[in-house]
Design a protein around this ligand. Structure first.
Ligand code: 4AD
Ligand code: MG
Length: 454
Protein backbone atom coordinates (compact mmCIF):
# COMPACT_ATOMS: atom_id res chain seq x y z
CA UNK A 1 0.00 0.00 0.00
CA UNK A 2 2.83 2.42 0.84
CA UNK A 3 4.39 1.79 -2.56
CA UNK A 4 1.10 2.23 -4.40
CA UNK A 5 0.32 5.51 -2.63
CA UNK A 6 3.87 6.84 -3.01
CA UNK A 7 3.69 6.63 -6.79
CA UNK A 8 0.87 9.15 -6.51
CA UNK A 9 -0.64 8.49 -9.93
CA UNK A 10 -3.43 6.61 -11.65
CA UNK A 11 -2.58 2.89 -11.81
CA UNK A 12 -4.63 0.29 -13.67
CA UNK A 13 -5.05 -3.31 -12.65
CA UNK A 14 -3.28 -3.48 -9.27
CA UNK A 15 -3.47 -6.27 -6.75
CA UNK A 16 -3.32 -5.33 -3.07
CA UNK A 17 -3.31 -7.76 -0.15
CA UNK A 18 -3.93 -6.87 3.46
CA UNK A 19 -6.37 -6.88 6.34
CA UNK A 20 -9.74 -5.20 6.51
CA UNK A 21 -9.81 -2.28 8.94
CA UNK A 22 -13.37 -1.19 8.29
CA UNK A 23 -16.17 -2.33 6.04
CA UNK A 24 -19.25 -0.35 5.11
CA UNK A 25 -21.79 -2.29 3.06
CA UNK A 26 -24.09 -0.15 0.94
CA UNK A 27 -26.94 -1.24 -1.25
CA UNK A 28 -25.07 -0.62 -4.48
CA UNK A 29 -21.57 0.27 -3.40
CA UNK A 30 -19.44 -0.86 -0.45
CA UNK A 31 -16.30 0.61 1.08
CA UNK A 32 -13.45 -1.44 2.52
CA UNK A 33 -10.39 0.10 4.15
CA UNK A 34 -7.45 -2.26 3.67
CA UNK A 35 -4.19 -1.93 5.59
CA UNK A 36 -1.09 -4.04 5.11
CA UNK A 37 1.14 -2.41 7.74
CA UNK A 38 3.45 -0.76 5.21
CA UNK A 39 2.17 2.68 6.14
CA UNK A 40 -0.25 4.35 8.49
CA UNK A 41 -2.93 4.89 5.87
CA UNK A 42 -5.38 2.25 4.81
CA UNK A 43 -6.24 1.97 1.15
CA UNK A 44 -9.86 2.83 0.47
CA UNK A 45 -11.41 0.16 -1.71
CA UNK A 46 -14.66 0.97 -3.50
CA UNK A 47 -16.51 -2.11 -4.68
CA UNK A 48 -19.86 -2.92 -6.21
CA UNK A 49 -21.73 -4.67 -3.40
CA UNK A 50 -22.45 -7.61 -5.70
CA UNK A 51 -18.71 -8.41 -5.67
CA UNK A 52 -19.04 -8.98 -1.92
CA UNK A 53 -22.21 -11.01 -2.16
CA UNK A 54 -20.53 -13.90 -3.93
CA UNK A 55 -17.90 -14.27 -1.17
CA UNK A 56 -18.15 -16.87 1.60
CA UNK A 57 -18.99 -15.64 5.14
CA UNK A 58 -16.36 -13.88 7.17
CA UNK A 59 -15.62 -10.63 5.36
CA UNK A 60 -15.31 -8.09 8.16
CA UNK A 61 -12.84 -6.21 10.32
CA UNK A 62 -9.69 -8.30 10.58
CA UNK A 63 -10.23 -10.48 7.51
CA UNK A 64 -7.35 -11.06 5.09
CA UNK A 65 -8.21 -10.09 1.52
CA UNK A 66 -6.73 -9.64 -1.93
CA UNK A 67 -8.27 -6.91 -4.03
CA UNK A 68 -7.73 -6.39 -7.73
CA UNK A 69 -8.69 -3.08 -9.26
CA UNK A 70 -7.79 0.32 -10.66
CA UNK A 71 -6.34 3.15 -8.61
CA UNK A 72 -8.12 6.40 -9.42
CA UNK A 73 -8.35 9.85 -7.90
CA UNK A 74 -10.86 9.76 -5.08
CA UNK A 75 -13.78 12.16 -5.17
CA UNK A 76 -14.28 11.69 -1.40
CA UNK A 77 -12.64 13.89 1.21
CA UNK A 78 -9.97 12.31 3.40
CA UNK A 79 -7.97 10.44 0.79
CA UNK A 80 -6.34 11.28 -2.53
CA UNK A 81 -6.73 7.87 -4.14
CA UNK A 82 -9.11 4.94 -4.06
CA UNK A 83 -9.02 1.47 -5.51
CA UNK A 84 -12.03 0.62 -7.65
CA UNK A 85 -12.30 -3.11 -7.24
CA UNK A 86 -12.78 -5.47 -10.13
CA UNK A 87 -12.35 -8.63 -8.03
CA UNK A 88 -12.12 -9.47 -4.34
CA UNK A 89 -10.80 -12.65 -2.80
CA UNK A 90 -11.41 -13.52 0.84
CA UNK A 91 -8.15 -15.16 1.93
CA UNK A 92 -8.72 -15.45 5.67
CA UNK A 93 -12.21 -14.91 7.08
CA UNK A 94 -12.88 -13.33 10.46
CA UNK A 95 -15.73 -13.37 12.98
CA UNK A 96 -17.77 -11.10 15.21
CA UNK A 97 -15.61 -12.18 18.15
CA UNK A 98 -12.52 -10.48 16.66
CA UNK A 99 -11.32 -8.32 19.57
CA UNK A 100 -10.27 -5.32 17.51
CA UNK A 101 -13.63 -4.02 16.41
CA UNK A 102 -13.84 -0.45 15.22
CA UNK A 103 -13.57 1.56 18.43
CA UNK A 104 -10.87 2.99 20.60
CA UNK A 105 -9.25 0.47 22.91
CA UNK A 106 -7.13 1.36 25.94
CA UNK A 107 -3.44 0.56 25.76
CA UNK A 108 -3.93 -1.51 28.87
CA UNK A 109 -6.49 -3.71 27.14
CA UNK A 110 -4.31 -3.95 24.06
CA UNK A 111 -1.41 -5.21 26.21
CA UNK A 112 -3.54 -8.23 27.08
CA UNK A 113 -3.78 -9.02 23.37
CA UNK A 114 -0.16 -8.35 22.45
CA UNK A 115 -0.49 -10.90 19.64
CA UNK A 116 -3.06 -8.71 17.87
CA UNK A 117 -2.13 -5.16 18.86
CA UNK A 118 0.36 -4.69 15.98
CA UNK A 119 -2.76 -4.52 13.76
CA UNK A 120 -3.97 -1.30 15.40
CA UNK A 121 -3.17 2.21 14.21
CA UNK A 122 -1.18 3.13 17.32
CA UNK A 123 0.97 0.03 17.44
CA UNK A 124 1.42 -0.03 13.69
CA UNK A 125 2.94 3.44 14.05
CA UNK A 126 5.06 2.48 17.08
CA UNK A 127 6.61 -0.56 15.46
CA UNK A 128 7.27 1.14 12.14
CA UNK A 129 9.11 3.91 13.99
CA UNK A 130 10.97 1.32 16.08
CA UNK A 131 12.14 -0.54 12.98
CA UNK A 132 13.20 2.63 11.20
CA UNK A 133 15.03 3.89 14.25
CA UNK A 134 16.93 0.63 14.67
CA UNK A 135 18.14 1.07 11.11
CA UNK A 136 19.12 4.70 11.85
CA UNK A 137 21.15 3.54 14.87
CA UNK A 138 23.30 1.27 12.72
CA UNK A 139 23.55 3.87 9.98
CA UNK A 140 24.77 6.51 12.45
CA UNK A 141 27.61 4.38 13.77
CA UNK A 142 28.53 2.67 10.52
CA UNK A 143 28.82 6.01 8.72
CA UNK A 144 31.22 7.15 11.43
CA UNK A 145 33.41 4.07 11.17
CA UNK A 146 32.32 2.35 14.38
CA UNK A 147 32.67 -1.42 14.52
CA UNK A 148 29.51 -3.31 15.47
CA UNK A 149 30.40 -5.89 18.11
CA UNK A 150 28.00 -8.56 19.34
CA UNK A 151 28.66 -8.94 23.05
CA UNK A 152 27.52 -12.10 24.85
CA UNK A 153 24.09 -12.51 26.35
CA UNK A 154 25.16 -15.26 28.74
CA UNK A 155 27.85 -13.93 31.02
CA UNK A 156 29.25 -14.28 34.51
CA UNK A 157 29.93 -10.58 35.06
CA UNK A 158 27.42 -8.23 36.63
CA UNK A 159 28.69 -5.07 34.96
CA UNK A 160 26.66 -2.59 36.98
CA UNK A 161 27.20 -4.46 40.25
CA UNK A 162 23.61 -3.81 41.23
CA UNK A 163 22.76 -7.47 41.77
CA UNK A 164 20.17 -7.48 39.00
CA UNK A 165 21.49 -10.45 37.09
CA UNK A 166 19.02 -13.13 36.02
CA UNK A 167 20.61 -16.50 36.67
CA UNK A 168 20.84 -18.99 33.80
CA UNK A 169 19.76 -22.48 34.74
CA UNK A 170 19.24 -25.70 32.83
CA UNK A 171 16.01 -27.58 33.23
CA UNK A 172 17.18 -31.16 33.49
CA UNK A 173 19.23 -32.99 36.00
CA UNK A 174 21.72 -35.32 34.39
CA UNK A 175 20.22 -38.77 34.57
CA UNK A 176 21.95 -40.61 37.43
CA UNK A 177 23.42 -44.08 36.94
CA UNK A 178 21.40 -46.65 38.82
CA UNK A 179 21.63 -46.19 42.54
CA UNK A 180 23.60 -42.94 42.37
CA UNK A 181 22.65 -39.29 42.69
CA UNK A 182 22.72 -37.17 39.55
CA UNK A 183 24.76 -34.04 39.09
CA UNK A 184 22.50 -31.10 39.73
CA UNK A 185 23.02 -28.71 36.87
CA UNK A 186 19.85 -26.79 37.57
CA UNK A 187 21.43 -23.95 39.43
CA UNK A 188 24.15 -23.14 36.98
CA UNK A 189 25.57 -22.98 33.49
CA UNK A 190 27.28 -26.37 33.09
CA UNK A 191 28.82 -26.11 36.52
CA UNK A 192 29.61 -22.40 36.33
CA UNK A 193 27.53 -19.54 37.66
CA UNK A 194 26.25 -17.37 34.85
CA UNK A 195 23.42 -15.02 34.06
CA UNK A 196 21.91 -12.82 31.39
CA UNK A 197 23.87 -9.68 30.59
CA UNK A 198 22.85 -6.36 32.14
CA UNK A 199 25.16 -4.46 29.78
CA UNK A 200 27.66 -5.25 27.04
CA UNK A 201 29.99 -2.51 28.20
CA UNK A 202 32.85 -4.49 29.73
CA UNK A 203 33.23 -6.62 26.61
CA UNK A 204 32.79 -3.56 24.37
CA UNK A 205 35.71 -1.96 26.24
CA UNK A 206 37.90 -4.88 25.19
CA UNK A 207 36.99 -4.31 21.56
CA UNK A 208 37.50 -0.54 21.83
CA UNK A 209 41.13 -1.17 22.76
CA UNK A 210 41.53 -2.95 19.41
CA UNK A 211 39.15 -1.19 17.02
CA UNK A 212 39.08 2.30 18.61
CA UNK A 213 35.39 3.00 18.05
CA UNK A 214 32.83 0.26 18.59
CA UNK A 215 29.17 -0.15 19.46
CA UNK A 216 26.77 -2.81 20.61
CA UNK A 217 23.04 -2.90 20.01
CA UNK A 218 21.23 -5.79 21.58
CA UNK A 219 18.97 -7.08 24.31
CA UNK A 220 19.92 -6.64 27.96
CA UNK A 221 18.22 -7.95 31.06
CA UNK A 222 17.62 -6.63 34.56
CA UNK A 223 16.01 -8.57 37.35
CA UNK A 224 14.48 -5.52 38.92
CA UNK A 225 11.01 -6.34 40.06
CA UNK A 226 9.83 -2.76 39.78
CA UNK A 227 6.52 -1.96 38.22
CA UNK A 228 7.22 1.40 36.69
CA UNK A 229 6.36 2.78 33.28
CA UNK A 230 10.06 3.12 32.42
CA UNK A 231 11.57 -0.22 33.46
CA UNK A 232 11.41 -3.57 31.73
CA UNK A 233 13.17 -6.82 32.59
CA UNK A 234 14.27 -7.14 28.96
CA UNK A 235 15.16 -4.05 26.96
CA UNK A 236 17.46 -3.10 24.11
CA UNK A 237 20.53 -1.01 24.70
CA UNK A 238 22.86 0.86 22.36
CA UNK A 239 26.36 1.09 23.78
CA UNK A 240 29.15 2.90 21.97
CA UNK A 241 32.66 2.70 23.42
CA UNK A 242 35.38 5.05 22.20
CA UNK A 243 39.12 4.92 22.71
CA UNK A 244 41.14 8.08 23.33
CA UNK A 245 38.04 9.90 24.53
CA UNK A 246 37.14 11.74 27.71
CA UNK A 247 33.87 12.66 29.39
CA UNK A 248 33.27 15.80 27.31
CA UNK A 249 33.81 13.85 24.08
CA UNK A 250 31.42 11.21 25.34
CA UNK A 251 28.71 13.84 25.92
CA UNK A 252 29.37 15.27 22.46
CA UNK A 253 28.79 11.87 20.88
CA UNK A 254 25.58 11.28 22.86
CA UNK A 255 24.34 14.70 21.80
CA UNK A 256 25.12 14.12 18.11
CA UNK A 257 23.49 10.73 18.34
CA UNK A 258 20.28 12.06 19.87
CA UNK A 259 20.01 14.80 17.25
CA UNK A 260 20.60 12.29 14.45
CA UNK A 261 17.92 9.94 15.79
CA UNK A 262 15.36 12.71 16.12
CA UNK A 263 16.19 14.01 12.64
CA UNK A 264 15.80 10.51 11.19
CA UNK A 265 12.36 10.13 12.72
CA UNK A 266 11.29 13.58 11.56
CA UNK A 267 12.45 12.93 8.02
CA UNK A 268 11.59 9.26 7.60
CA UNK A 269 8.52 8.62 9.76
CA UNK A 270 6.44 11.70 9.10
CA UNK A 271 3.06 10.05 8.62
CA UNK A 272 3.38 8.11 11.88
CA UNK A 273 4.70 11.17 13.73
CA UNK A 274 1.70 13.19 12.60
CA UNK A 275 -0.47 10.61 14.30
CA UNK A 276 1.54 10.75 17.56
CA UNK A 277 1.52 14.53 17.44
CA UNK A 278 -2.28 14.63 17.14
CA UNK A 279 -3.31 11.70 19.32
CA UNK A 280 -0.56 10.97 21.85
CA UNK A 281 1.52 14.05 22.69
CA UNK A 282 0.38 17.46 21.53
CA UNK A 283 3.31 19.49 20.25
CA UNK A 284 5.52 16.44 19.79
CA UNK A 285 6.81 17.47 16.36
CA UNK A 286 7.69 20.98 17.53
CA UNK A 287 9.51 19.46 20.51
CA UNK A 288 11.53 17.15 18.27
CA UNK A 289 12.34 19.92 15.81
CA UNK A 290 13.62 22.04 18.70
CA UNK A 291 15.76 19.17 19.97
CA UNK A 292 17.27 18.56 16.55
CA UNK A 293 18.66 22.11 16.66
CA UNK A 294 19.38 22.43 20.37
CA UNK A 295 22.64 22.46 22.26
CA UNK A 296 22.10 20.33 25.33
CA UNK A 297 22.64 21.90 28.74
CA UNK A 298 25.37 20.41 30.94
CA UNK A 299 25.83 20.71 34.68
CA UNK A 300 27.64 18.77 37.35
CA UNK A 301 25.81 16.71 39.92
CA UNK A 302 26.88 19.21 42.59
CA UNK A 303 25.40 22.07 40.55
CA UNK A 304 22.22 20.04 40.03
CA UNK A 305 21.88 19.47 43.78
CA UNK A 306 22.41 23.20 44.36
CA UNK A 307 19.66 23.99 41.80
CA UNK A 308 17.26 21.63 43.54
CA UNK A 309 18.03 23.09 46.97
CA UNK A 310 17.74 26.64 45.64
CA UNK A 311 14.29 25.90 44.20
CA UNK A 312 12.77 25.74 47.68
CA UNK A 313 10.46 23.00 46.39
CA UNK A 314 9.55 20.14 48.69
CA UNK A 315 10.21 16.80 47.08
CA UNK A 316 8.98 13.44 48.23
CA UNK A 317 12.61 12.31 48.39
CA UNK A 318 14.75 14.93 50.11
CA UNK A 319 17.70 16.33 48.19
CA UNK A 320 21.03 15.49 49.75
CA UNK A 321 24.51 15.54 48.24
CA UNK A 322 25.53 11.90 47.89
CA UNK A 323 22.05 10.49 47.27
CA UNK A 324 20.95 9.43 43.80
CA UNK A 325 18.65 11.76 41.87
CA UNK A 326 15.06 10.51 41.91
CA UNK A 327 12.79 10.84 38.90
CA UNK A 328 10.97 13.79 40.50
CA UNK A 329 14.33 15.58 40.74
CA UNK A 330 15.21 14.68 37.17
CA UNK A 331 11.87 15.96 35.94
CA UNK A 332 12.25 19.20 37.82
CA UNK A 333 15.72 19.80 36.39
CA UNK A 334 14.79 19.11 32.78
CA UNK A 335 11.27 20.52 32.76
CA UNK A 336 11.60 23.52 35.09
CA UNK A 337 15.27 24.47 35.30
CA UNK A 338 16.60 23.98 31.75
CA UNK A 339 13.45 23.23 29.74
CA UNK A 340 15.09 20.57 27.59
CA UNK A 341 17.68 17.80 27.62
CA UNK A 342 20.35 18.00 30.31
CA UNK A 343 23.63 16.20 30.93
CA UNK A 344 24.39 15.74 34.61
CA UNK A 345 28.05 14.86 35.15
CA UNK A 346 30.51 13.97 37.90
CA UNK A 347 28.36 12.04 40.34
CA UNK A 348 29.49 10.99 43.82
CA UNK A 349 31.46 7.77 43.51
CA UNK A 350 29.26 5.89 46.00
CA UNK A 351 26.20 5.92 43.73
CA UNK A 352 28.00 4.84 40.55
CA UNK A 353 29.59 1.64 39.25
CA UNK A 354 33.14 0.49 39.98
CA UNK A 355 34.53 1.11 36.47
CA UNK A 356 34.03 4.86 36.33
CA UNK A 357 37.13 7.05 36.31
CA UNK A 358 37.91 8.70 39.63
CA UNK A 359 38.08 12.49 39.50
CA UNK A 360 40.92 14.41 41.15
CA UNK A 361 38.69 15.29 44.11
CA UNK A 362 38.52 11.58 45.03
CA UNK A 363 34.80 12.01 45.82
CA UNK A 364 33.26 12.10 42.35
CA UNK A 365 33.63 10.05 39.18
CA UNK A 366 33.59 11.03 35.50
CA UNK A 367 29.99 9.90 35.01
CA UNK A 368 27.29 11.38 32.82
CA UNK A 369 23.55 10.84 32.62
CA UNK A 370 21.44 12.42 29.92
CA UNK A 371 18.03 13.43 31.22
CA UNK A 372 15.14 14.46 29.00
CA UNK A 373 11.76 15.95 29.90
CA UNK A 374 8.99 13.44 30.65
CA UNK A 375 11.14 10.31 30.20
CA UNK A 376 13.93 11.16 32.66
CA UNK A 377 17.21 9.25 32.30
CA UNK A 378 17.71 8.12 28.73
CA UNK A 379 21.51 7.68 28.69
CA UNK A 380 23.99 6.58 31.34
CA UNK A 381 27.70 6.65 30.65
CA UNK A 382 31.15 7.55 31.85
CA UNK A 383 34.82 7.85 31.18
CA UNK A 384 36.31 4.53 32.30
CA UNK A 385 39.07 4.03 34.85
CA UNK A 386 42.02 3.17 32.63
CA UNK A 387 44.64 3.26 35.44
CA UNK A 388 45.08 -0.24 36.83
CA UNK A 389 46.19 0.87 40.30
CA UNK A 390 43.17 3.13 40.68
CA UNK A 391 40.82 0.46 39.38
CA UNK A 392 42.19 -2.11 41.81
CA UNK A 393 41.95 0.35 44.66
CA UNK A 394 38.32 1.09 43.84
CA UNK A 395 37.39 -2.59 43.58
CA UNK A 396 39.06 -3.26 46.91
CA UNK A 397 37.21 -0.34 48.47
CA UNK A 398 33.94 -1.84 47.22
CA UNK A 399 34.88 -5.29 48.51
CA UNK A 400 34.80 -6.73 44.99
CA UNK A 401 36.71 -9.85 44.05
CA UNK A 402 39.08 -8.76 41.27
CA UNK A 403 39.95 -12.31 40.19
CA UNK A 404 36.95 -12.99 37.90
CA UNK A 405 37.69 -9.70 36.12
CA UNK A 406 41.28 -10.66 35.24
CA UNK A 407 40.57 -10.12 31.54
CA UNK A 408 39.17 -6.65 32.21
CA UNK A 409 42.24 -5.78 34.26
CA UNK A 410 44.55 -7.15 31.56
CA UNK A 411 43.64 -4.45 29.03
CA UNK A 412 44.85 -1.92 31.61
CA UNK A 413 48.21 -3.65 31.71
CA UNK A 414 49.05 -3.52 28.03
CA UNK A 415 48.33 -0.45 25.97
CA UNK A 416 45.77 1.06 28.26
CA UNK A 417 44.28 4.33 27.08
CA UNK A 418 41.63 6.83 28.16
CA UNK A 419 38.27 5.68 26.90
CA UNK A 420 34.62 6.40 27.44
CA UNK A 421 31.18 5.24 26.41
CA UNK A 422 27.53 5.23 27.23
CA UNK A 423 24.40 3.13 27.16
CA UNK A 424 21.16 4.41 25.71
CA UNK A 425 17.92 2.59 26.40
CA UNK A 426 16.28 2.05 23.01
CA UNK A 427 12.78 1.89 24.52
CA UNK A 428 13.31 5.15 26.41
CA UNK A 429 14.34 6.75 23.11
CA UNK A 430 11.18 5.41 21.50
CA UNK A 431 9.08 6.77 24.35
CA UNK A 432 10.69 10.15 23.81
CA UNK A 433 10.15 10.30 20.04
CA UNK A 434 6.62 8.88 19.99
CA UNK A 435 5.19 10.39 23.17
CA UNK A 436 4.10 6.93 24.36
CA UNK A 437 4.00 6.91 28.14
CA UNK A 438 4.59 3.29 29.04
CA UNK A 439 7.65 1.23 28.14
CA UNK A 440 5.33 -1.76 27.66
CA UNK A 441 3.87 0.00 24.63
CA UNK A 442 7.08 0.55 22.66
CA UNK A 443 8.50 -2.99 22.76
CA UNK A 444 6.83 -5.76 20.75
CA UNK A 445 6.55 -8.23 23.62
CA UNK A 446 7.13 -6.54 26.99
CA UNK A 447 8.87 -8.56 29.67
CA UNK A 448 7.67 -7.19 32.97
CA UNK A 449 6.45 -8.98 36.10
CA UNK A 450 3.49 -11.10 35.02
CA UNK A 451 4.24 -10.94 31.30
CA UNK A 452 6.35 -13.77 29.98
CA UNK A 453 4.00 -15.79 27.78
CA UNK A 454 4.08 -14.06 24.40
O1 4AD B 1 22.55 3.61 33.34
P1 4AD B 1 22.72 2.18 32.93
O2 4AD B 1 22.47 1.14 33.96
O3 4AD B 1 24.20 2.08 32.34
C1 4AD B 1 24.84 0.94 31.93
O4 4AD B 1 24.37 -0.15 31.90
C2 4AD B 1 26.21 1.21 31.41
N1 4AD B 1 26.99 -0.03 31.50
C3 4AD B 1 26.12 1.74 30.01
C4 4AD B 1 27.45 2.07 29.40
O5 4AD B 1 28.11 2.96 29.86
N2 4AD B 1 27.83 1.38 28.33
O6 4AD B 1 21.76 1.87 31.70
C5 4AD B 1 21.87 2.63 30.51
C6 4AD B 1 20.51 3.01 30.00
C7 4AD B 1 19.69 3.87 30.95
O7 4AD B 1 20.06 5.22 30.86
C8 4AD B 1 18.29 3.63 30.45
O8 4AD B 1 18.01 4.40 29.29
C9 4AD B 1 18.34 2.17 30.04
O9 4AD B 1 19.70 1.86 29.80
N3 4AD B 1 17.81 1.27 31.07
C10 4AD B 1 16.61 0.67 31.03
N4 4AD B 1 15.63 0.74 30.11
C11 4AD B 1 14.53 0.00 30.34
N5 4AD B 1 14.34 -0.79 31.41
C12 4AD B 1 15.29 -0.89 32.36
N6 4AD B 1 15.12 -1.70 33.39
C13 4AD B 1 16.50 -0.13 32.19
N7 4AD B 1 17.64 0.00 32.89
C14 4AD B 1 18.41 0.85 32.21
MG1 MG C 1 21.87 4.74 34.91
Amino acid sequence: VAEVLRRNEVQPDLCVRGWVRTLRRGKEVSFIAVNDGSCFAALQVVAATELLQVLPDGLGTGAAVAVRGNLVASPAAGQAWELQATAIELIGPTGEDYPLQKKRHSFEFLRSIAHLRPRTNSFGAVFRVRSRLAYAVHRFFQERGFLYVQTPIITASDCEGAGELFRVTTLDMEKPPKGERGVDYRRDFFGQQAGLTVSGQLEAELFATAFSNVYTFGPTFRAENSNTSRHAAEFWMIEPEIAFCDLAGNCDLAEDFMRAMVTAVLEECREDLDFFDQQIEKGLIAKLEALARAEFARMSYSEAVAELEKSGKTFEFPVRWGADLQSEHERFLTEEVVGGPLFVTDYPKQIKAFYMRMNDDDRTVAAMDLLVPRVGEIVGGSQREERLDRLDARMAELGMDAAPLWWYRDIRRWGSCPHAGFGLGFERLLMYVTGMENIRDVIPFPRTPGHAEF
